[in-house]
Design a protein around this ligand. Structure first.
Ligand code: PMP
Ligand code: GLN
Length: 380
């Protein structure tokens, strides 16, 4: 029997492939984005406490109420936005699930979706599975900014959705207040929904503040704002995220979510709810990662790699054009196998595989890991 693939052009993700190659080659893995340091013992202790106290059965489909309440409080405190924990907040199995559910809820066959490239790899497959048509707009290097005139020209009667991501993976660019005002000028006259991928909301540098869609009522009223506790609490393997959206949008979102996963890990949700009371754990994250970024940059200062400006996330792009003119996918493999450092080739985040001769390195690592990796990079 022959199965007709719904995603004929999609293979195994770059994260899976590069991590496997890093492990096989015994290389330092700065490819897939995850921290190599420990989770706060208080947080793991809380998970254990809730497991021992019998919180081991299905959570409510929308997420456990204490967690939804803490998310609502935090969103109000940070962005001045009120979301009703009863009807406007859904806890999901990672941001990946939230992205898929939001796209599936909004996109009908033939709808156009504006996607900014380079784009995190889960967006387009979800659009295609819903019969949507991606309309690609390239962000402009070296700062990877959005040309809003191009966005205006790309909008048509069939545009149903725009997917934004700030701070941006893989480039580290962030949306500014000016970007938000350009976005409003274009979108408020239309029927276009927004998915705002804000998983790195607490990892933003150099005194810049995060512009959440939640903070702009006219934009929030058409937005699914998505975040992830994996990034904020160094727990990418626990896979818990959430989606904020007005009641009618959340209702449609939940129709999909309830049949994708139904609900998310119960004891971990309770643990996050209790841990969220400690604001410092997330408010201190930008400072923590800014130091990591600066340390990594100073360690590779004398190498032949040239840094691309990074304003947020835990990724640093490095230009390797003075070392090699190989395609980034080829250079990434050679760097892993021959030099012992794995990184992500950003061309995989473009539908036409644009190659800017740069690689993405994850600096969410212990200082000693960064030092060892930098030593290898400086030898090239
Ligand atoms: N969006 C972006 C931009 C990401 O970098 C990630 C990282 N994994 C995700 C979504 C998915 O988050 P999660 O691990 O919570 O599914
Ligand atoms: N978000 C992580 C990254 O960009 C990994 C996501 C994944 O492995 N699917 O590296």
């Amino acid at each position: 029997m022959k199965l007709k693939s719904k995603l004929p052009d999609i293979g195994v993700t770059i994260f899976t492939r590069m991590t496997a190659l890093a492990n096989e080659s015994n290389a330092i893995n700065l490819s897939q984005g995850f921290p190599d340091f420990e989770v706060a013992p208080e947080l793991t202790g809380l998970v254990y406490k809730y497991m021992q106290n019998g919180f081991n059965q299905y959570a409510p489909m929308q997420g456990v109420m204490p967690l939804r309440e803490r998310i609502a409080e935090k969103t109000f405190r940070l962005y001045g936005a009120s979301y009703d924990p009863g009807t406007e907040i859904t806890v999901t199995s990672g941001a990946t699930e939230a992205l898929f559910a939001a796209i599936a809820a909004v996109v009908n066959k033939g709808d156009e979706v504006i996607v900014f490239e380079p784009a995190f790899d889960s967006y387009v497959p979800a659009v295609l599975l819903s019969g949507g048509i991606p309309k690609y707009i390239k962000m402009k290097p070296p700062y990877y900014i959005i040309d809003w005139d191009e966005v205006k020209d790309a909008v048509s009667d069939r545009t149903r959705l725009m997917i934004l991501n700030s701070p941006h993976n893989p480039t580290g660019s962030v949306l500014s207040k000016d970007d938000i005002s350009s976005l409003r000028k274009i979108i408020l006259e239309t029927n276009i929904f927004i998915i705002s991928d804000e998983v790195y909301e607490h990892i933003i540098f150099d005194g810049i503040s995060h512009e959440s869609m939640a903070g702009y009522p006219d934009l929030a009223s058409r937005s699914f704002v998505i975040s992830s506790f994996g990034k904020t609490y160094h727990t990418t393997g626990w896979k818990v995220g959430y989606c904020l959206a007005p009641k009618t949008l959340s209702a449609e979102f939940q129709k999909v979510h309830q049949f994708l996963t139904f609900s998310t890990n119960t004891p971990v949700q309770h643990a996050y709810a209790e841990f969220l009371k400690n604001e410092k754990a997330y408010l201190g994250l930008s400072g923590f990662y800014q130091e990591k970024r600066n340390r990594f940059l100073s360690l590779i200062k004398n190498s032949r790699f040239k840094p691309v400006p990074c304003r947020g996330t835990y990724f640093q792009m490095l230009d390797y054009s003075s070392i090699s003119d190989e395609p980034d996918t080829v250079f990434a493999k050679r760097l892993t196998v021959e030099y012992g450092v794995a990184a992500i080739p950003p061309s995989v985040f473009y539908h036409r595989n644009d190659d800017h001769k740069a690689l993405r390195f994850c600096f969410a690592k212990k200082d000693e890991t960064l030092e060892k990796a930098a030593e290898k990079l400086c030898r090239i």
